[in-house]
Design a protein around this ligand. Structure first.
Ligand code: ADP
Length: 269
């Protein structure tokens, strides 16, 4: 993937008038004093978290520590019992500009059975922009740019079921780019992806972040987090650490949040 390709998609997004050139200074996510439990016992408690446009933030924590729940609260898929979650300045629960958020889940499992091509998946990203109409030549150009940006142009006509895990995740990033997402939320996106493709995947995320896309990564692989994220939020029901990645590495937050399993830095799962 060339920088030019990344730049041209970024220019495309900005050309549509989304935010300023790199979105600096805009608050993307604002979680204030949020507490939530599926039952009476909270699984997320008193969480305060603000993410500004252009940041690359990783949320880490042991299994069951509330990472996915916090993500759902941030995206408005769950409603806080106490406190408030805001997305692009609106109450997350009533936010209805969904194409601004690109979501890449673990395994992208929903896609595995879809008998459609990569280009068709990416095309779905344009739907919010074309209503019920057909895609114009410009829309198709955005689709093709997005495919090129993630290095998937040569696989455009391949069925999504015939891709490797890493390629499939790239296709889903391309769909988000085609939708002009300015926030990418990824929930352990490289589980099951081979080591070589994992590196390339993180390089892609970094390039997109350099071009102004806000990245929120929920990640179990602490090595990847340390190598790539600028800021770490360490969660275990409550926030144990929130700050620059370098400070996290030198802190005792990991041991406190992970308990006995605290020595796994760099070791992944
Ligand atoms: P993580 O993403 O860090 O693994 P989760 O947010 O998935 O953690 O889970 C936090 C806690 O909430 C866990 O104890 C989990 O069992 C529980 N939990 C998650 N989803 C549900 C649900 N839909 N109903 C009831 N409990 C849930």
């Amino acid at each position: 993937m060339s920088r030019t390709e990344v730049d041209s998609v970024a220019a495309e997004r900005n050309g549509e008038g989304i935010s300023d050139a790199d979105g600096e200074g805009d608050t993307v996510i604002e979680v204030s004093d949020v507490t939530f439990g599926y039952t009476a016992a909270p699984v997320v408690e008193d969480v305060d978290l603000t993410i500004e446009a252009g940041e690359y933030v990783a949320v880490v924590g042991p299994n069951g520590s509330g990472k996915s729940t916090l993500m759902k609260l941030m995206l408005g898929l769950l409603r806080p019992d106490e406190g408030e979650a805001r997305l692009f300045g609106e109450s997350a629960h009533s936010f209805d500009d969904g194409e601004r958020v690109g979501y890449v889940s673990q395994h992208a499992s929903a896609a595995k059975e879809m008998p459609i091509t990569v280009r068709e998946v990416v095309k779905m990203g344009r739907f919010a922009h074309v209503g019920f109409g057909l895609l114009s030549a410009d829309d198709w150009a955005v689709v093709d740019e997005a495919l090129a940006t993630v290095g998937m142009a040569e696989f455009a006509d391949r069925r999504i079921t015939k891709l490797s895990g890493g390629q499939r995740q790239r296709a889903f990033i391309a769909r988000a780019l085609a939708g002009e997402a300015d926030l990418l939320v990824l929930d352990e996106p490289t589980v099951g992806v081979d080591a070589e493709s994992v590196e390339a995947f993180y390089d892609l995320l970094e390039a997109l972040n350099d071009d102004g896309i806000t990245v929120l990564l929920i990640e179990h692989d602490l090595g990847a987090v340390v190598d790539h994220a600028d800021r770490v939020v360490c969660l275990n029901r409550e926030v144990y650490f929130d700050g620059p990645t370098d400070d996290f590495v030198g802190s005792d937050a990991l041991a406190r949040a992970f308990g006995a399993a605290g020595g796994i830095l760099g070791g992944g799962r």
